[in-house]
Write a protein that binds this ligand. Sequence first.
Ligand code: TPP
Ligand code: MG
Length: 646
Amino acid sequence: MTSTIRLTVSQAIVKYLAAQHSVADGRRRRLIPAALGIFGHGNVAGLGQALDQYSDELPFIQGRHEQYLAHIATAYAKASRRQAVLAVTASVGPGALNLVTAAGLATVNRIPLLLLPGDTYATRHQGPVLQQLEHPTEADLTVNDSFRPVSRFFDRINRPEQLLTALPQAMRVLTSPTDAGAVVLSLPQDVQSHAYDFPAEFFEPRDWKIRRPLPDPQEISDVAQLIRNAERPVLIAGGGIHYSDAHAALEALANQIGLPVVETFGGKGAVTKNEWWQVGGVGLEGNFASNKLVKQADLVISVGTRLTDFATGSQSIFESPDVRFASVNVVDADTRKQGATGILADARLALEALAESLQGHSTSESWRDTVQTAKDAWAPIRSQWLDADQPFRPEDHPHAPETGAVLTQPQLIGLLQEHARSGDTIIAAAGGPPGDLQKVWDATDGRNCHLEFGFSCMGYEIAAGMGVRLAEGDTGNRVVTFIGDGTYLMAPTEILTAAQEGLDITVIVSENHGYQVIHRLQMNRSGREFGNEFRYRENGGPITEPEGAAPRLEGDYLKVDLRQIAEGLGATALRASTAQEVRAALDSTRSTRGPVVIVVPTVPHVDLPGGDVWWDVAPAEVSEHEWVRTLRAEYEEARGRQRWFG
Ligand SMILES: Cc1ncc(C[n+]2csc(CCOP(=O)(O)OP(=O)(O)O)c2C)c(N)n1
Ligand SMILES: [Mg+2]
């Protein structure tokens, strides 16, 4: 007779999660070493009780906002190369829905995330209950159905025995290189406390091997042939290089045949050495050397990337009339993008097989010269922009307002680059920072760059710093989150959680008085600024006057003390305005425990040179303003350069 253990659904979930392991390249580790969450009536008596009971096996981190807790978990999984994940629990209704954005972020970026939101009662006699939707025609619909489009696996546990199949399926998706994303086990409040006689064997330790799908030899030889025939091949490296730990294989291939490598946001840092063929960020926010090469390429080999519009310039960057595409991906749909000749396989194994098959082949001297020339043209421009010791010259930037700031954001990045040591990580996701890092950050020699640009979600970054720190442990390396003032104001609250957990992170806030990256886009697409700078209403507001024009947001800059916010949340909080002050503040972080926030005023509207790539963001088709009509005409002309590859 099979022995059984009588447990509640919640106890069974926690006990099961604590027994799961991942195995990748022979390394075995806990798949889900901790849980995070906030309790409410929808989970406190169920999952809350179980987490308390088993807190030694599955430690619990309390936080301030469910979304950011889930971002901590996502960054943890990304930094763990998708080999370990964290679980996040939330109450019903608003607590659960606070997780939806984070589910979207994880799923879009293909990062495993386990969500355990509470759900409306499965039994009905008590209803309608607090925070229940009560849909008028679909009685089984709850707010948690909104997870479906943003998760890779969704199940609602209406009966305890469903766990016997649901949990293994959830683990399968969490450890799948192809299906990874948010996994949602929606847990009706009452069912969380229901008991069942579970087979004891269900809770035995279990290993989940993270697969490396083997390349098909025919597909390798087809792509190798394309490479042999190409005169101007370029490789676009995506996040798959990191997840597959394919850095060495990529470098060996690039070195062997003399293949320029450019990187997407996800692939930033794919090349770990500063070689002549390492050209850096590609696309809209890439550097112009990378883009110049991609524009000329007659073969584009994309590896481990989804090729979003930022990389492809909305399908305008591949200019060569005879351009062809090859791809390596674990996701079939991605191998077929751009009509590519695809290899459906693990990146490392495919790159090794390509190198083997291309023995003796090398790119031409003239293509190598072109690569070197492009790189050499960009390098001094980059250095000049990053040089924080050159005083800012307002006369060179007539559009820059006088705010008292003395450093530009590129100079601030220069200081961060100077500070970065091997093993440190810099993080960005939204606003100007990710694009700027994509363009100029040197991620070689272990100066890791963690960019979330699949969802580019404001509010990911501080949480991500915590997730990376949790993944790395107490290494002594710095984890630096680099954000704008808008992003900081949207989601500073987890700083308190970082203090609570004693997590050593640095948060750099570039204070430029607005959503300036969107302001820049707005100027480019509508010729006017509206609603993007942080300003009071002219005449002080309010807008409720019934007569006349509403006062616009065109008064003075908002008075807000960003440093004090951090101090109030328990961080070591500094304000640094000059290069010298920023250097000193950054140096001090190396010996400071817990979160450190450094607010740096930066001159608004001083942007790094563009990557010379177009982006499809359409100006108004009709407008009473001549300048909008001109922008629209330019847009339509540019759209003519958009190509279709099938
Ligand atoms: C959650 C979320 N809301 C809105 C956006 C759109 N958005 C992208 S960048 C940006 C401005 C960010 O401002 P800030 O952090 O100050 O950076 P800056 O643009 O000034 O560099 C906005 C609103 C987003 N990416 N994420
Ligand atoms: Mg800003």
